[in-house]
Design a protein around this ligand. Structure first.
Ligand code: NAD
Length: 498
């Protein structure tokens, strides 16, 4: 049994609130250990620590700061396998997929090694007579991140790396469902040379989140999770005068044009729809074949592929996907499948009764496939976050593009086609933040930015890429004059460039 407290002031500390929660192992439903749930007082201790450590870190030159990131990469690579194993055991995804979770985080760390360049200001020599204007990016001070269960390495790293590279101190509130990897990440950063207090991990639930949102010393909050919580955090954090960016839920469509290569499309759809048991914010959950003939061909090829998906424990290297994260998540997803049947969608593959011999208490279900889903159904409107794919048949391209455009969510979308003109029109007109052209999960590479539109994102700056440096720094603009002397006397008219 593992006991997880918090990481404050450069070391692991036990929780003192008296509240804790079980950390489960989804693959067999056993209890792995307990995680402490922090009180507001424990959060305050972390903030005090961070506040004391930040000025010296902020004053350290950026090239020295990023050497810590370089060393951190080396340390993670040395224990990649152990980290992936821990991640898979607490989350439920396969070990191969857990490695991808870590890798997509490391790629952002790699890009943040370029922070000295990203943090450069602007300079105009001779903006006026004897006047120079320049801008600089300064750290905000103490900043925080609140992250979801589904990428316990990647999303914390997307926030930690640009925040600390920019000279801030960071407080992470990871998901209470899979806290071990975020705790180890903090420890590895210390081993890499990060000063104590610059990265703190405070475990907990709503109580500590509210304390973060109300703490006057926390200047910015980055959140990733479900849309109702994203909206709540955005509203409360903004009302308290903080800089807030919140990324929420999704319902990602994949449009399949009649000219798409159907074998490639089905391969892409199977991986994007069912990988990680559909527990990805960029998972494809709606397939939109254009034309009845395309739909029939798609369904015919999809059915045997969904039926033959291999569900297994996270430790089985031949499994396509593992269990869902909790018993409640399993019940919720199965409940959605029941709802879809009641709403009149045609369940052509039913994975609800799947059990795995030897792992009867694990949170498993097989892949489900719905045909003839319509936009008025709850299974279309709401995020299911499980291995359930809905096929919505569209008569033509305009009907197809209208679906993601009118959907409440706008995280990711894809079009599969051989026609450059259709692809180009789609990329230009679709009302969604991240677009794939023959790419099913268009998560942008680390030096571009990641963010959804509409109910999938709140705030004006995206994650990683240049936006991350804008989010974690404030701009100061200096207008400087070194007069040649005092002979010109006082000026009473506003200076202009006329
Ligand atoms: P969640 O919203 O339940 O939890 C996210 C975080 O918020 C956790 O740290 C949790 O402790 C905290 N939290 C939960 N309830 C709270 C409350 N009432 N008050 C304050 N804080 C609270 O999300 P989850 O189940 O961990 O993650 C899955 C969701 O995250 C899905 O909706 C998925 O689409 C979304 N997600 C979005 C992105 C993106 O970039 N848009 C990426 C990954 C996941």
């Amino acid at each position: 049994m593992i006991e997880i407290g918090h990481f404050i002031g450069g070391k692991r500390v036990a929780g003192t609130s008296g509240r804790s929660q079980d950390v489960m192992q989804p693959l067999d439903g056993s209890v792995r250990g307990k995680v402490a749930l922090a009180s507001a007082a424990e959060l305050r201790a972390a903030v005090e620590n961070a506040k004391a450590a930040q000025p010296a870190w902020g004053a350290t030159n950026p090239q020295r700061r990023v050497r810590v990131l370089m060393k951190f990469l080396e340390l993670v690579h040395a224990e990649y396998d152990e980290l992936a194993e821990t991640l898979a055991r607490e989350h439920g995804k396969t070990i191969a997929d857990a490695k991808g979770d870590i890798q997509r985080g490391l790629e952002v760390v790699e890009v943040c090694i370029g922070a000295p360049h990203m943090l450069k200001g602007e300079f105009t020599d001779g903006a006026g007579p004897g006047i120079d204007t320049y801008s600089m990016r300064q750290p905000l001070g103490v900043v925080a991140g609140i992250t979801p269960f589904n990428f316990p390495a990647m999303i914390p790293l997307w926030k930690i790396a640009p925040a600390i590279a920019s000279g801030n101190a960071f407080i992470l509130k990871p998901s209470e469902r899979d806290p071990s990897v975020p705790m180890r990440i903090a420890e590895l950063f210390m081993e890499a040379g990060l000063p104590a207090g610059i990265l703190n991990v405070v475990n907990g639930d709503k109580e500590v989140v509210d304390a973060i949102l109300d703490d006057p010393d926390i200047k910015a909050v980055g959140f990733v999770g479900s849309t109702p919580i994203a909206q709540y955090i955005y509203a409360r954090g903004c009302a308290n005068g903080k800089r807030v960016q919140c990324f929420g839920g999704a319902k990602n469509h994949m449009i399949i044009m009649p000219d798409a290569d159907m074998d490639q499309t089905v391969d892409a759809l199977i991986g994007a729809g069912y990988g990680s048991a559909g527990e990805r914010c960029m998972a494809v959950s709606v397939a939109v074949p254009v034309g009845q003939e395309t739909a029939d061909r798609l369904i015919e090829k999809l059915i045997p592929r969904v039926e033959s998906l291999k569900v297994g424990p996270s430790t089985d290297s031949s499994a396509d996907f593992g269990p869902l994260v909790t018993k409640e998540a399993l019940a919720r997803v199965k409940g959605y499948v029941d709802t879809g049947v009641q709403e009149g969608a045609k369940l052509v593959v039913d994975g609800r009764n799947f059990t795995l011999q030897g792992y009867e208490n694990g949170y498993y279900m097989g892949g489900c496939l719905f045909d003839h889903v319509t936009p008025d159904m709850r299974i279309y409107k709401e995020e299911i976050f499980g291995p359930v794919l809905s096929v919505v048949r569209a008569d033509n391209y305009e009907d197809a593009i209208r679906l993601p455009n009118e959907h409440e969510y706008g995280n990711g979308v894809a079009i599969f086609t051989r026609d450059g003109d259709a692809a180009r029109d789609f990329a230009s007109r679709v009302e969604v933040g991240m677009v794939g052209i023959n790419v099913p999960i268009p998560v942008p590479i680390a030096y571009y930015t990641f963010g959804g539109w509409k109910a999938s994102g709140f705030g004006d700056l995206n994650q990683h890429g240049p936006d991350a440096f804008r989010f974690y720094t404030k701009t100061k603009t200096v207008t400087s004059r070194w007069p040649s002397g005092i002979k010109d006397g006082a000026e009473f008219v506003i200076p202009t460039m006329k």
